[in-house]
Design a protein around this ligand. Structure first.
Ligand code: ARG
Length: 233
């Protein structure tokens, strides 16, 4: 079984996209963040080392499908479409999509995104929302610019190539904290989302290992401690 194999190998593989502070990001050479702390607990529980694959966000479900990884911890929203391809753990964080603009921008609410050029991270729920793939979004943007890294979208916002960036609220807060003189995060929350860890479809053993760790982290208060640590960081 998957867990027997992990134990025999002495390591468990987790895939992520380390462009999403504070969930996963690079601190020098090292990948750190809330999801890394959770993943280390999963490795610890299995009695093995954690190996991290840092890949593009839109290839994470493929990593699971092709057997390249045991789980994905990437601030990933447990989204109905993704459930066709992967299994999700219990959720561990409530999130929403936020709007970042330049200070003094005429964009003050989601309605003001109409007709604007919006930057998103490729393959994310923010991308789906702005691109209106499902035809259900309440905004009609002029165009979406897709980036592999949120930080590149922020750079284009600052240099005036796009009018706004739509990204998850906690990473949005981190970007604004780094550029307080240039950027603002609007109060408007565009979506209601919950993050979960993804495992290969049908891998009930891995799913149970992940859910056991999440439930221990929740009941002990450790999960809140981890989140608070990165709020302050
Ligand atoms: N929550 C969003 C989604 O699931 C964005 C996640 C981006 N995560 C990352 N590690 N880049 O689509």
């Amino acid at each position: 079984t998957s867990v027997d194999k992990i134990k025999a190998n002495g390591f468990v593989t987790m895939s992520t996209n380390a462009e999403f502070e504070p969930f996963e990001y690079k601190d020098g050479e090292e990948i750190v963040g809330i999801d890394i702390d959770i993943s280390n607990k999963i490795a610890e529980k299995l009695g093995v080392k954690l190996k991290i694959n840092d890949v593009a966000f839109d290839s994470l479900t493929t990593e699971l499908k092709t057997g390249k990884t045991n789980f994905v911890a990437a601030g990933m929203t447990a989204d109905e479409d993704r459930k066709k391809n992967v299994d999700f753990s219990d959720t561990y964080f409530d999130a929403s999509q936020s709007i970042i603009t330049l200070k003094g921008s005429p964009i003050k609410t989601r309605a003001d995104l109409t007709g604007k050029k919006v930057g998103v991270q490729q393959g994310t729920t923010g991308d789906t929302y702005c691109t209106d793939e499902k035809g259900t979004s309440d905004v009609k943007v002029a165009s979406t610019e897709r980036y592999n890294k949120g930080v590149d979208a922020i750079a284009d916002l600052i240099n005036g190539k796009i009018d706004a960036v739509v990204i998850d609220d906690f990473p949005a807060k981190k970007f604004v904290e780094k550029n307080p003189d240039k950027l603002v995060k609007l109060d408007d929350a565009l979506t209601v989302e919950k993050y979960a860890i993804a495992v290969p479809k049908g891998d009930t053993e891995m799913l149970k290992a992940v859910n056991d760790v999440l439930s221990e982290l929740k009941s002990s208060g450790e999960l809140n401690k981890i989140i608070d640590k990165y709020k302050a960081a």
